[in-house]
Design a protein around this ligand. Sequence first.
Ligand code: AQP
Length: 321
Amino acid sequence: MVRLSAITPSGPVQLGNYLGAVRRWAVDGGEDDVYFISDLHAMTTSHNPSRLRALTREQLAVLIAAGVDPRSVSVQSDLVRELGALTWVLECTCTYGEAARMVQFKEKSVGRPSVRLSLLTYPVLMAADILLQGAREVPVGDDQRQHVELARALARRFNGTYGEVFAVPRAVVPPTAARVRDLADPSRKMAKSATDAAGTVFVLDPPDLVRRKIRRAVTDEVARVRYAPEEQPGLANLLEILAACTGGEPAALADGFTGYHDLKEATAEAVVEELRPVRERTRQLLDDPAELDRVRAHGAERTRDRCRHRLDAALRLSGLG
Ligand code: AQP
C-alpha cells in the first residue's frame, strides 16, 4: 500500500507541520511511501526563486532529520517533465467546472483576478503527483480532501475512457487530527507563511526563541487550567501541544497545573526537547551538502523509475506518441 503526502516550501517547517504531519510520516511511514517537498505547488503564489530553492533544501533536511525514511523522500520538481506531461493529459480529462468548484480556489481567488492560473489548475498537478506514483492512500487535512476526490474522479474517468492505468486513490484522515493553533491568535491554525511570526514556532527556531514565543502565547482571563477548547482556545492549544510532545492527554495534563505560568514553562520545555534533535540533525545535514544531494538524487531516480510505465501507458492510450 503506497501512501503519499507532501509539504509545500511556502515557509520554514513549523511546529504544526511537524506534529501534525512530518512526525507521523517518520513513525508510520514505510519504504514504499512517497513523502515529497512540493516546490511546484509553492509557485502558485508570488515567490522568490532563491528562497524557494533554499526552503526546498531545508525542508528536505528537516524530513530526514525528523526520521522520515530517506528512501521515501523526494523533491517534486525533480520529476517536473513527467509531471508536466501527465498534468496536461489530466487537464484534458478534467472539466473547467470541476476545477473552478474547488473551495480553496474559490476562497483564495474571489475578487482577485490577478491570482495565478496555476491556483486553479494545481489540484490537477496534485492528481498527477498521486496517480503517477500509484498512491492508494493520501493522508490529508480537511482542506485537501476535495483535491483527493478530484484525483479519484480523474483516475476513474481516465481508466474508463482510455484503459486501465491508474490506481484509484482515497483520502485518509490522519488518526490524531492534531491541529496546532497560532500562539498569538488561537482562532487561526499555525501556518508557515504567517505574516506575524510571533505566533508560529518554527522547527529550526533556537530554544530561547521557542521559549519566548510560548511564554507570550495568548491565553484568557479565566485563570483556571482546564481543557476547554471552546471557552479557552489558547490554553487548550498549549495543552494539546504539551500532550503531543509528552504523549499524555490534554484534559488529564490540565489537572497537573495550578497556573498558566507553569503550564507555559512546561510546554516550552517539552517543545524545546522535542525539537532539539531534529534541529541539530537538520543543521548537520545542511552543512553536509553531499549527503543531502545523495538522498535527493536517489529520491528522484526512485520516483522516476516508479512512474515511467504509468506515464508511458497514459500517453500511449490517450493517443500520443
Ligand atoms: N497548524 C497545523 N497543525 C497540524 N498540522 C498542520 N499542517 C499544516 N499546518 C498544520 C499539516 O502539515 C502538512 C504540510 O502542510 P502543507 O505544506 O501542505 O500546507 P499547509 O497545510 O497550508 O501548511 P501551512 O504551514 O499552513 O502553510 P501555508 O502557510 O503555506 O498555508 C499537511 O499535512 C498539513 O495538514
